[in-house]
Design a protein around this ligand. Structure first.
Ligand code: NYM
Length: 203
């Protein structure tokens, strides 16, 4: 049986990365072949350009960086497909939904933003770690990277709303770390057995 493709999305400071790591660890401890995948993957050629853009050491046109984020996903697709077919469950920290939400929040056309990612692998579930901006700020404020500003994050949240459908699972990220973890683990454990790997996101 193939593995599940599980996407975790949320605004910055929602605890996503910590929870993704913990989820993978828990699944492995329960004997599941699970692996963490993170977008952007900052190790590849496109990832290095994205990294320097995010760290504000380079400037790129908004459209160009949007396409780079998408390319960074496309170049990973064959390998991810192969892993899923081998039975690996993939926990994906950000995906095309972040791509659209962040670029549209900057003012790019929403439909244009979806275009480059049309056809990517379709996740079996998207979990959204939901946290209000006040709660996010209580966690020590945002960092130094591009996009880590209150106004932009508020707009990102609105763009995420437009992308949600009934396959998404909302997780209240204001709970304790243990509660969030349990909620995520329950969602994963309740997923139905997956069918064949599906390409064709947003088709
Ligand atoms: N981001 C992430 C985008 O703008 N577009 C994308 O397609 C993706 C995957 O990059 N603020 C933004 C969201 C984050 C930033 O992500 C880096 P992270 O998870 O902080 O490394």
């Amino acid at each position: 049986m193939r593995g599940h493709l599980i996407v975790v999305e949320g605004c910055d400071r929602s605890g996503k990365t910590t929870q993704c790591e913990r989820l993978v660890q828990s699944l492995q401890e329960h004997g599941k072949d699970a692996e963490l995948v993170k977008f952007p993957d900052r190790t590849t050629q496109t990832g290095k350009m994205i990294d320097s853009y995010l760290k504000q050491t380079s400037h790129l046109d908004d459209h160009a960086i949007h396409l780079l984020f998408s390319a960074n996903r496309w170049e990973a697709m064959d390998a991810l497909k192969e892993k899923l077919s081998q039975g690996k469950t993939l926990i994906v920290d950000r995906y095309a939904f972040s791509g659209v939400a962040f670029s549209a929040a900057k003012g790019l056309d929403f439909e244009w933003c979806r275009g480059p990612d049309v056809g990517l692998l379709v996740p079996d579930v998207v979990m959204f770690l939901d946290l209000t901006m006040d709660e996010a700020e209580k966690r020590g404020g945002f960092g130094e990277e591009r996009y880590e500003k209150r106004e932009l994050q508020m707009q990102v949240r609105k763009e995420f709303d437009k992308l949600m459908d009934d396959t998404w699972k909302m997780v209240d990220a204001s709970q304790t770390k243990d509660q969030v973890h349990t909620a995520m683990l329950t969602i994963v454990n309740e997923l139905p057995a997956p069918g064949p790997v599906r390409s064709g996101l947003w088709k």
